[in-house]
Write a protein that binds this ligand. Structure first.
Ligand SMILES: [Zn+2]
Length: 189
């Protein structure tokens, strides 16, 4: 059983990068397809037998929506969160989202301490967070706590939403930080 795969980014740039994946025997492969030309990544699941699935249905990677202000290690954490999501490692995914949020706050001048205390401090000192983004950040923290500690299980359908929310949140924090300190903060770290 084989499937053609094409990189959508290369396709758009009119420099097609085609591939062929073949799978025999009773196996499932799952993970990400990475284009060696532009680094585009997307989820992939393929099963032999009567079902074959190439998962094109998931949205394009959210981490690409992170702005130029966002630090490299925060971006890398979000890319790892997405990889974990594609690989159905949901706890790992939300844990990385939580970590990205924490790193972003540290990067934007909030003292490194337990995340709950950081959020309160950011809220108190302003203007990184307002009530709306504080609530959003608290909810991301809540999901991250589920991933990191022994508590309830995670609903996989919510995990993509956590990634989406974290990307928005991180962008917002960096943008507010930049507005606060003028052009000096406008350089990516
Ligand atoms: Zn490509």
């Amino acid at each position: 059983m084989s499937s053609n795969i094409d990189c959508p980014k290369c396709q758009k740039a009119k420099t097609p990068n085609h591939g062929l994946v073949e799978l025999t025997g009773k196996f499932t492969i799952r993970g990400t397809i990475t284009c060696d030309i532009d680094g585009h990544e997307r989820p992939f699941a393929m099963t032999t037998g009567c079902i074959q699935q190439l998962d094109f249905a998931l949205p394009d990677s959210q981490s690409e929506q992170l702005g130029p202000l966002v630090a490299k290690d925060v971006k890398e954490d979000m890319q790892e969160a997405e990889r974990a999501n594609y690989a159905h490692c949901y706890k790992a995914c939300v844990t990385m989202c939580r970590r990205a949020l924490q790193l972003a706050l540290i990067d934007c001048g909030i003292q490194d301490q337990p995340l709950g205390a950081m959020l309160k401090q950011a809220m108190k000192q302003g203007p990184l967070l307002d009530q709306k983004t504080f609530d959003l950040a608290t909810s991301i923290k809540g999901y991250g706590d589920l991933g990191a500690h022994r508590r309830d299980t995670l609903d996989p359908s919510e995990v993509g939403m956590v990634v989406y929310a974290t990307v928005k949140m991180v962008n917002e924090v960096y943008t507010r930080r930049a507005a606060l300190s003028g052009s000096a903060a406008n350089k990516p770290v």
